[in-house]
Design a protein around this ligand. Structure first.
Ligand code: 13P
Length: 252
């Protein structure tokens, strides 16, 4: 059975004390009422990783960085390596988020370096993909996202591929309050699972968790997660409120 995962992406929000407070609040709610079959992940800024790992029950909540360096070590001022992330106790790294691709020029080539380093370090990549509005309007979104796969995660070995988590995040739905409809999410997720089956076989496709991201919140998570190919969510804004986040965790 593939895993159900609800992951928060805090992006560029919260100071360290605020992040600790939020993590503690989520930890308490998850302990009291979190669905046992849902893996919970908190994607925090680098500066928060160690403190958030300390603040939560890591048997129950995984911690993620939102990026990592494309180099292992050395003279790369301002970068944070996979080994540094791993040494905080974090278990995941979010890679290829559309905000990194768009604002920081992250290419498939850079992403492939990061994926290789993360996998080698034993971190679980949460690989993000998704199309912009003009591509959705032109109706070419399936081919576009498949191409993203072909340039990156489809170059992995089957063994490495089976270690990653995928998050489909249509750019037009991120932070806009416009969510993909339940039908649009299911259609894309089913298409992607089919593409994975073609590439790596049905067994690996059936085991791959594909999360939905983009204005997913406490109100719409239920309908989105009801789809057979939606295995959870990557949550931005709504992950910053513990009360909303726990409702999304319990939306199955
Ligand atoms: P929002 O939930 O704020 O739309 O952000 C989604 C996202 O980008 C998660 O990575």
């Amino acid at each position: 059975m593939r895993k159900k995962i609800v992951a928060g992406n805090w992006k560029l929000n919260t100071t360290v004390p605020e992040g600790i407070e939020l993590a503690k609040a989520v930890n308490e709610l998850v302990a009291e009422q979190g669905a046992a079959d849902v893996d919970v992940v908190l994607g925090t800024p680098f500066t928060h990783l160690t403190s958030v790992v300390d603040a939560v029950d890591t048997e129950r909540i995984g911690v993620a960085s939102q990026n990592c360096a494309a180099e292992a070590k050395g003279a790369f001022t301002g970068e944070v390596s996979v080994d540094m992330v791993k040494s905080t106790g974090a278990k995941y790294v979010i890679l290829g988020h559309s905000e990194r691709r768009e604002y920081y020029g992250e290419t498939s080539e850079t992403l492939n370096k990061k994926l290789a380093l993360a996998l080698e370090a034993g971190l679980t990549p949460i690989y993000c993909c998704g199309e912009a509005l003009d591509i959705r309007e032109a109706g070419t979104q399936n081919g576009f996202v498949k191409q993203q796969f072909e340039e990156t995660i489809f170059t992995l070995s089957a063994e490495d591929f089976s270690k990653i988590v995928i998050a489909y995040e249509p750019i037009w739905a991120i932070g806009t309050g416009v969510t993909a409809s339940s039908g649009q999410a299911q259609e894309m997720h089913a298409f992607l699972r089919g593409a994975i089956a073609e590439k790596f076989g049905q067994e690996i496709a059936d085991e791959t968790s594909i999360l939905y991201g983009g204005s997913c919140n406490a109100k719409n998570a239920n309908e989105l997660f009801a789809n057979p190919d939606v295995d959870g969510g990557l949550i931005g804004g709504a992950s910053l409120k513990a009360g909303d986040f726990i409702q999304i965790i319990n939306a199955y």
